[in-house]
Design a protein around this ligand. Structure first.
Ligand SMILES: [Fe+2]
Length: 349
């Protein structure tokens, strides 16, 4: 009942979720809620970013700027890392080079998926409750603009829950960033109580690029350990189930902004384990049509195209074979996902 009230009070503005204020103070903290909220450790608003392992960060940054259409936010050349955003948040896509210090020699694909919390107070409280319940995390980090906790699902896919700790991220994040990351554990510094995410950001459009995404909205994973992954993202990360289920062929989750942010599918010997795709939302179908013409003119090809009453879009592989989805929702409700075939759900998730 209380949770319903919280969801109804969240308003979608141009696709960005604005957490309304509840009577003079900040919006109600996830940790202050009772009911279902108290059985979860965190309660994210939405997907914040997807971080990728790539073979060559300079080549991939060029590709993501000139083809994918995201703007460079900043780079960390000392650790062979780059970050891109059209203004939605400090980075929608991050990337680390496979042979760099953060790549650990892994193959191109997922580094981690990150979920944005309301405040650092929520991050610290959720972390403390999770640790008390025996949850183990991989690491914690002070990124100076955000504080973060990292864990992994049973397949080894890494997730991050984080809270922005400053509002003016562009002041600290542009060009080349070399600042060292101090050791930090949740609660070792006084947690910030304010909401530092941007509810109505100005979105940059890279006109010369082929695609013009507004932001990254979702990630889709194929997992061997489906039930365990379900429990991790539902119970620990604290996402809300929107479609499918633990006993189903897929599960689609969202945060308090109530949009599709993460979907899990069984590998079932049919799909490679790991990242299936990253979803990038476009402004409208005319923009998509024009981008597809430009793509053809540039001698590049999509992997597949789909045209469904609820969503129009394409799958497209980046230079390392990482699959991206560019899409426009015709019906943003999750009704089309109810009872649909797995292959259709992969497009709609
Ligand atoms: Fe991250």
């Amino acid at each position: 009942m209380f949770l319903e009230f919280v969801f109804c009070a969240n308003v979608m503005v141009e696709g960005f979720c604005m957490g309304r204020d509840f009577g003079g103070g900040r919006a109600m903290s996830a940790i202050q809620r009772d009911g279902e909220g108290m059985r979860k450790f965190f309660q994210p608003r939405r997907l914040g970013h997807v971080n990728l392992v790539v073979n060559d960060v300079d080549r991939s940054m060029d590709f993501y700027m000139n083809v994918v259409g995201l703007d460079e936010a900043y780079r960390r050349p000392q650790v062979k890392a780059g970050f891109l955003s059209n203004g939605n948040t400090h980075h929608d896509i991050g990337m680390v080079q496979s042979d760099g210090p953060l790549g650990h020699g892994r193959l191109a694909g997922l580094n981690h998926i990150a979920f944005e919390l309301e405040t650092e107070v929520d991050l610290v409280a959720g972390y403390n409750r999770a640790i008390a319940a025996g949850v183990t995390f991989k690491r914690t980090a002070d990124h100076d603009i955000a504080h973060a906790v990292y864990g992994a699902d049973a397949d080894g896919n890494e997730y991050e829950v984080y809270a922005d700790v400053i509002h003016a991220w562009r002041d600290a994040r542009h060009g080349t960033v070399t600042k060292a990351k101090p050791n930090w554990t949740p609660g070792s510094t006084p947690p910030h109580a304010e909401q530092n995410y941007h509810t109505d950001p100005e979105i940059v459009r890279r006109d010369d690029a082929i695609f013009h995404p507004l932001r990254a909205t979702h990630a889709v994973l194929a997992v061997d350990n489906f039930e365990l992954a379900f429990d991790t993202y539902h119970d620990v990360v604290g996402l809300t189930l929107l479609a499918g289920g633990r006993e189903d062929t897929f599960a689609v989750f969202g945060g308090t902004c109530v949009e599709r942010n993460l979907a899990l599918f069984h590998t079932n010997g049919e799909r490679q384990p790991g990242l299936h795709h990253v979803g990038l939302k476009l402004s409208d179908e005319i923009d998509l049509e024009n981008s597809l013409k430009r793509l053809g003119d540039a001698g590049l090809a999509i992997e597949s195209e789909f045209d469904h009453p609820a969503r129009r879009g394409v799958f497209f592989r980046d230079i390392d074979g990482i699959r991206l989805q560019f899409y426009v929702d015709r019906d943003a409700s999750i009704d089309a996902l109810r009872g649909c075939e797995v292959e259709t759900a992969l497009f709609l998730a």
